[in-house]
Ligand binder design. Sequence first.
Ligand code: ADP
Ligand code: MG
Length: 221
Amino acid sequence: MSSEAMTTLDSTVPRLQEVFFAAEPALTKLDEITGDGDFGVNLREGLSEVAGRLAAPDSPAPWDTLRAVFLDEVGGTSGPLFGLLFQSLDTRAARSDSYIDALQAGISDGLAAIQRVGEAEVGDRTMVDALAPAVEALHAGDVGAMVSAAVDGALSTAALRARRGRASYLGERAVGHPDPGAVGVALLLCVLAEPVSGTEASDRERARLLDAVSGSTSGND
Ligand code: ADP
Ligand code: MG
């Protein structure tokens, strides 16, 4: 039988698809300026593949499917890194009674796995800049603070020069624009917070993030 934490985690999947499909053009534009332009498409194709598999008659477990698709099928650097985060959340939700415990342990394990593989530190202008402050804020069990910390962390990358990944070759071009992976992680955490803190608080933080992203890219059409 599925744990209550897993049932709650599973309930976020349709929302995750909705939020990322809506944000895809903004994420693509951001990665066109700061990377190679594939970030939003990679995410969208991964989530479409997940939706296809979940619609099958034998309907596999949602988070195990997210893990498998992102670890094995999604391209770019970020695909497998998201896969590691999904894997940690899936594993912890299966073992936790409470959803907040699963979030705390899963996001913290996910950060550790991403840093083990990608070797990025805070300040390198990657998704770690959104995840690390979120883990820190969630230690106190405050999901709203986790979301704000992730959004602040993602926005703080606009001032950073990339030292990891493809964006490191672009140097100054990315400065002034948030890192796409950090924005993607902050969007994910907005969605994961919804079962605890409601949609209104998450919508507000998501709008704060996406408004800043479109503000930074609006002159680059
Ligand atoms: P690629 O750079 O291969 O095109 P994507 O576009 O899929 O990859 O993803 C780019 C994102 O991946 C970046 O915005 C950054 O957040 C993240 N990233 C890149 N390298 C690392 C790393 N070593 N550790 C953590 N995140 C990374
Ligand atoms: Mg890219």
